[in-house]
Design a protein around this ligand. Sequence first.
Ligand code: ZN
Length: 298
Amino acid sequence: MPELPEVEALAAFLRERAAGRIVVRSDVAAISAVKTFDPPLIALNGLAVTGAGRYGKFLDLQVDGLHLITHLSRGGWLQWRDSLPPAPPKPGRGPLAFRLHLAPNPDAPNPDDPDDGSTAGFDLTEMGTQKRLAVYLVRDPLDVPGIARLGPDAMQVSLADFAALLAANRAQLKGVLTSQSVIAGIGNAYSDEILHAARLSPFAIAARLTEAQVSTLYAAMRQTLADAVHRSVGQRAATLKSEKRSGLAVHARTGLPCPVCGDTIREVSFADKSLQYCPTCQTGGKGLADRRLSRLVK
Ligand SMILES: [Zn+2]
């Protein structure tokens, strides 16, 4: 799942590759992905892409005063295409959800542009059976309910505000860090990485952290995300996923040695997800109960 660093990198990529181009048309392959109807998608046609940005894990393509906003969810991705077929895709088949055709900018031609009359642009695709990728076309980003509910951005929140958010929250750190309405941008992978860097248990209660632990967690959050943004920005959209995987210390590394202490990375499963942690670095050497398994055993 793309999180703050990957979405930041996709926005930077689109500012470089898409800005200035003219929208030719959009193709909707998965009708359920499009969540808005006013303005209609056809309103984009003929307008110029003016920029791209990010709200939490939402990607915002700015098109002459309109915002084409995407939430890639767990299995979604953006694929840039230097040449798109002119024929519309067949709906409901394969991973393609949405396609945006972009004509070259007449004022600043790009040497990568095909000269056969085809358009460049991007595909939004989604793997897996849970189709949760969402596309919104709005006049104001705050018209997207998920954006209106976002807490402060993880890369912008101050230490004082972060400390206040934690002090008011009696939930476990893993849940607090991944709750977009508390703090925006962090998902399952980077929350594991941040908690490992801060040497805190994912099950520690936010409101019970000491002042020193809050400062450590804040610094770990900033450093982990800044490092990941640094590694990701400049990557082509196609190589972002492998770049993310190569930078992880604990997430998705169950059974492998901790790069800090050499202990074996453990896993806790919950609902349809799992978290990874290092017992020596984070939980005083103790294993955390697997709540899914312990429920089955009872
Ligand atoms: Zn360790």
